[in-house]
Design a protein around this ligand. Structure first.
Ligand code: PSU
Ligand code: MN
Length: 311
């Protein structure tokens, strides 16, 4: 299939070649670098993520907006601009503003999906998706990740909704939006940094080829929503669910007191979690991101091989 790449998007040469030759690609979001983690783990993480994807035989395509252009396939050593003051956090609704005003930003799951879909990339990876937020301070806050998952038919690998979301309401919303949710090796929705969020997932699949088969079937059916693959955190890295809940409650209280809302809320909560857990949430988040990038690469390879099992 011939893709027409939009004029506001620049493909890096490795990504362009992989797309042209039908080789497996994994889109990586960049809001996690600009807004999700402190700069020092973020710098190392970018390298670890791209290496994890290459190691499985897929091409990493980190997506961010630099001076008004969406760049697809930015190298890990080329992300310094994401740590500059004033860099934007770009959901889909913000892309046009960044493009028009030639600004730079890290793309959230929603923003990354919009760009990846426009390029014909079929798989992306993140840590935790945004969802329906918990807490009174976040009155009615629902992440733009959810409607974006309804609009872009990619495979999205995550560890469930971020710990600052209500898992039950997030699952209900995904259901309403027609997003296919599959647990990878689990029948329970993972809790981002904890093994389980205590809510079941509608389907369970245990191998990447089984996930590739569902992605292919969605394409044949003409299903335009994403396949959301939820993989629990690697066992050694997960936080205790009760400890995480306590840290989240404290973070929500602080956000309400400080009056933080909207797009600033998730970064504020993640930073507070890091402080409250003495940095252990950051270590767990990094482990989750690397494991998810690896699985995303395995799925991309299985899709590209064109021989997914019917498992
Ligand atoms: N996953 C992480 N850390 C993050 C995010 C995801 O492990 O920082 C980012 C993603 O970019 C996600 C965004 O799309 O948080 C959701 O933000 P909000 O809740 O404001 O939609
Ligand atoms: Mn929000």
């Amino acid at each position: 299939m011939k893709m027409v790449i939009p004029g506001w998007v620049s493909l890096h040469p490795v990504v362009e070649r992989a797309l042209k030759n039908g080789r497996p690609l994994v889109a990586l979001e960049s809001a996690v670098f600009s807004h999700g983690l402190p700069p020092s783990p973020a710098r190392d993480l970018a390298r670890d993520l791209t290496e994890a994807v290459w190691a499985v035989g897929a091409t990493p395509a980190c997506i961010a907006v630099r001076s008004g252009r969406a760049e697809v396939g930015i190298g890990a050593s080329d992300l310094e601009f994401l740590f500059a003051p004033g860099v934007m956090k770009l959901a889909a609704r913000d892309l046009a503003v960044a493009v028009a005003q030639r600004r730079s930003g890290g793309t959230t799951v929603a923003g990354t999906l919009a760009v990846a879909h426009a390029c014909g990339i079929r798989v992306m990876s993140t840590g935790g998706i945004g969802g329906v937020h918990l807490g009174a301070g976040a009155a009615g806050d629902v992440s733009a990740d959810l409607p974006a998952l309804a609009e872009h038919p990619l495979v999205v690998v995550c560890a469930g909704p971020k710990a600052v979301c209500d898992p039950r309401r997030t699952m209900e919303m995904l259901d309403t939006l027609g997003v296919t949710v599959v647990g990878y090796g689990t029948s329970m929705l993972p809790g981002f940094l904890a093994q389980s969020a205590g809510v079941p997932v509608p389907h369970r699949v245990d191998d990447p080829s089984g996930l590739a088969a569902i992605a292919e079937a969605k394409r044949r059916i003409g299903d335009r929503a994403a396949l959301l693959v939820a993989q629990p955190p690697p066992s050694g890295a997960a936080l205790d669910a009760r400890e995480l809940d306590r840290a989240v409650s404290l973070a929500l209280e602080r956000a309400a007191e400080a009056g933080v809302e909207g797009t600033d809320l998730t970064p504020y909560l993640l930073a507070t979690l890091a402080e409250v857990t003495g940095g252990r949430s950051v270590a767990a988040n990094v482990a989750v991101l690397v494991a998810n990038a690896r699985l995303a690469a395995e799925i991309a390879v299985a899709i590209a091989s064109g021989r997914p099992s019917s498992a």
